[in-house]
Design a protein around this ligand. Structure first.
Ligand SMILES: Nc1ncnc2c1ncn2[C@@H]1O[C@H](COP(=O)(O)OP(=O)(O)OP(=O)(O)O)[C@@H](O)[C@H]1O
Length: 586
């Protein structure tokens, strides 16, 4: 009897519009189970609600209700639903909707919203501006759009803050997040726009130093990660499995306990705190509405889950000498983008490392001799699932086997008479790829400047081109280049007649100064900029940045160091704390 009484008190029964309107006056969170007359409220979920009510112990902030869809005008859109719908009302605004008895998702949502209410009540955060969700039927929505709360994928956004990006903490943080069982669905390194900062940090917009914070975030590089949790088999939330009197035996709890040793479940913020890296990141968890993510990563829906992988590929000398063009066409036809390429005569040591798989063969000596006999062509290729695709494309290491079983593969197609080995090499793993790319294409730094006349939109376009060309924007700062600051960049033209005009153009507004990093960065950046005079650029190099964004010889959009010495000199003057990494003369 006592159990039954508790159950009645747990959820307010809302069976007409005026009771609904009254309920909307509740302070804090109200979780409403919207049900159909023919099936009644969700019994299984009541067990979860009771557990949360006990655990959270929040009579003022947390309320539960059941509402019959048919009897309330507001709930008309749910009349024909054949599964329960849970609505989450905060201070009278419906802020979320979950379709189906998805206990883990409902559990997470309640905990997150109650925690938010607690923080607001304690004055630790300001109430966010809620957007009432639409009561549309998610079955009739575009199936490709995951806009509403009916999805079972929950995302977390991690913003690695500019000071941590500058201190090169990104890799370490990413590795820790992956190790804990989270999946990086999308990532981007960029300065946030004002709109993005206000969107992500909506809870602190009223703080007095928020404007300074916006300026800091928009002038420096942040690293944005969208992560999800690797999916675990979720327990059924079947009433028959649940003993409501012995709450410690809940199946979901048990499964969570069992899952803990192999992967970190739940709160990423907590995990980052334990790892002592939370000070470098700001985290927003439990995001089920991808529109929130779209503001930060606009093409998120397109790139979600796609793994672009970089690998090192090599055409051995005999093939590089005879049929490079055919091979490159084939590689591109297979969807690979050639990011970098160079000819290189391998040393004996390099050849031995790359031909390790043949070291026990009697022809190993011949292979090494052949490998060092002339230039090989090294390539950095990128493609979705690049590693697996490349392995499949090149085929087995042995020519006979390739010809017999995989005649379409590159090993068979591009075999060289008298040589039993695959004429193409590819990295064996992503770790090997990173190592090999670093070895054959050692990174170089250059300095780049986007001039003041370039609009914000054009700046973003230029940065996109820079990234697509394979540059890493390693450091960035927005600054007004006047007097000594301008001289730090333009010291070599100080005595030219046009120096004063250059200074006048720079004084018109702030410039964006960047350190760009990639193999051959100095000359590749100059090539990407194009000729100094935009008129000439439009004629000779129409795809170049100056051709696209330059107005005249002074307002020619961008600047770059002319050589390695100038690049290093400028970097050390502009970015005093920057320590170059793996700097190679290439
Ligand atoms: N003849 C000129 N008349 C007016 N301005 C010029 C002239 N030549 C160069 N400039 C300006 O001075 C800047 C620096 O000149 P510099 O000779 O270093 O050009 P650059 O090496 O071709 O290009 P940058 O150094 O900008 O990458 C140029 O970007 C351009 O805006």
């Amino acid at each position: 009897m006592a159990g039954k009484k508790r159950e009645i008190q747990l959820q307010a029964v809302i069976n007409n519009q005026s009771l609904w309107d009254e309920m909307m006056q509740n302070k804090g969170l109200t979780v409403i189970d919207v049900y159909q007359a023919w099936c009644g409220p969700c019994k299984a979920m009541q067990t979860l609600f009771r557990k949360l009510k006990n655990e959270l112990n929040e009579d003022e902030l947390l309320h539960f209700a059941v509402a019959e869809a048919d009897s309330i005008v507001t709930l008309q859109p749910f009349r024909d639903k054949c599964e329960p719908v849970f609505l989450f009302s905060v201070n009278g605004t419906i802020v979320a909707k979950i379709q189906g008895a998805n206990a883990p998702l409902v559990n997470q949502k309640i905990i997150a919203l109650v925690n938010e209410e607690r923080k607001i009540a304690a004055g630790e955060m300001v109430r966010p501006q809620y957007h009432e969700i639409a009561f549309v039927d998610s079955d009739s929505e575009d199936a490709g759009e995951l806009n509403y709360e009916g999805v079972d994928q929950i995302y977390t956004i991690v913003i690695i803050k500019p000071d941590a990006v500058a201190a090169r903490k990104v890799q370490e943080i990413k590795e820790k997040i992956i190790k804990a069982g989270f999946v990086i669905e999308a990532e981007d390194k960029k300065p946030l726009t004002e709109e993005q900062v206000k969107h992500f940090y909506s809870q602190i917009v009223d703080q007095p130093d928020f404007e300074d914070f916006v300026s800091f975030m928009t002038r420096n590089l942040s690293y944005i990660l969208v992560v999800s949790q690797a999916k675990a088999k979720q327990p059924s939330w079947d009433e028959s499995e649940v003993n409501s009197e012995t709450e410690s035996k809940e199946p979901w709890d048990e499964q969570q306990e069992m899952a803990k040793p192999s992967r970190m479940k739940g709160n990423l913020q907590q995990y980052l705190e334990i790892q002592q890296i939370s000070q470098f990141c700001d985290v927003e968890e439990n995001i089920t509405n991808t529109k929130f993510i779209d503001v930060l990563i606009p093409d998120f829906k397109k790139i979600r889950g796609i793994k672009f992988e970089k690998i090192l590929a090599l055409l051995r000398p005999a093939l590089a000498n005879e049929r490079t063009e055919d091979v490159l066409n084939k590689i591109q036809d297979e969807g690979f983008k050639i990011l970098l390429q160079r000819q290189i005569v391998l040393s004996e040591e390099e050849a031995k490392t790359l031909c390790k798989e043949y070291e026990n063969k009697d022809y190993f000596g011949n292979v090494i001799e052949n490998m060092t006999s002339g230039p090989s062509l090294a390539l950095v290729l990128v493609r979705e699932n690049g590693l697996g695709h490349w392995k499949q494309l090149i085929g087995p290491s042995n020519v006979e086997e390739a010809k017999e079983y995989f005649p379409e593969c590159l090993c068979a197609q591009f075999a060289i008479e008298g040589l039993p080995i695959n004429q193409l090499y590819g990295s064996d793993s992503l770790e090997a790829a990173e190592r090999e790319i670093q070895h054959f294409f050692p990174p170089q730094h250059t300095v780049a400047l986007i001039k003041p006349h370039v609009t914000q939109e054009q700046r973003e376009d230029i940065m996109k081109i820079i990234k697509e060309t394979g540059f890493d924007i390693t450091q960035m700062k927005e600054t007004l280049l006047i007097e000594e600051e301008a001289e730090k960049i333009y010291f070599k033209i100080k005595r030219k007649a046009f120096y004063k005009d250059v200074l006048d153009v720079l004084a018109e507004g702030t410039s964006l100064v960047m350190i760009l990093t990639k193999w051959n960065a100095v000359s590749d950046w100059r090539r990407l900029m194009g000729p100094t005079d935009p008129e000439e650029a439009r004629l000779l190099s129409p795809d170049s940045i100056r051709a696209q964004f330059g107005k005249n010889i002074l307002k020619n959009a961008v600047h770059g160091a002319s050589n390695m010495e100038e690049a290093m000199e400028t970097i050390s003057r502009m970015f005093e704390d920057f320590v170059p990494e793996n700097l190679e003369e290439n």
